[in-house]
Design a protein around this ligand. Structure first.
Ligand code: CA2
Length: 144
């Protein structure tokens, strides 16, 4: 069975509980359920992992090699800081789509820079949690 991995970085466990004007009302579990439903229609599986710890995210990226068709990754604040996550993505052959719920381009200037985007297949920002589904659609289309 073809499978995707959804990874979410620090503080995204608070999704739907705080700052709804920026990040919306849906919780992470709801996002995971909707994504699983979408993939299920196409006979694909989904694994999900959220962590507030950089090393745990790196471990999951390493373990994804050979296991998944793609990774949907919201690295949260690590997007703007983590050379280690960039190196982990570079070290695997599984394609990664970077997803941001908010429009990182109309917020503070430091959010405009992603250290990870240059080593990802693509980047989606500003579509709210719909962005995760758009990323899944891209992987489905690419595998047709
Ligand atoms: O827009 C995004 O998805 C971000 O990756 C979210 C990060 C932020 O640092 C990035 O610049 C853009 C922050 C995640 C914090 O998530 C929260 C969710 C609900 C309430 C509070 C924080």
């Amino acid at each position: 069975m073809k499978r995707l991995l959804m990874l979410n970085g620090p503080n995204l466990n608070l999704l739907g509980k705080r700052e709804p004007t920026i990040y919306g009302n849906s919780g992470l579990e709801e996002v995971e359920t909707e994504l699983r439903e979408l993939l299920d229609v196409h006979g694909w599986g989904l694994s999900c992992f959220q962590s507030n710890h950089e090393g745990e995210l790196i471990d999951h990226i390493h373990k994804a090699e050979g296991q998944f068709e793609g990774i949907i990754f919201n690295p949260a604040a690590y997007t703007h800081t983590s050379v280690a996550l960039r190196d982990a993505i570079s070290a695997i052959s599984v394609p990664v789509i970077e997803v941001h719920i908010s429009n990182v381009h109309n917020r503070e200037p430091f959010r405009r820079e992603s250290l990870l985007a240059p080593v990802c297949w693509g980047q989606i920002a500003g579509l709210g949690t719909i962005g995760y589904k758009v990323a899944a659609q891209a992987f489905l289309e690419a595998e047709k």
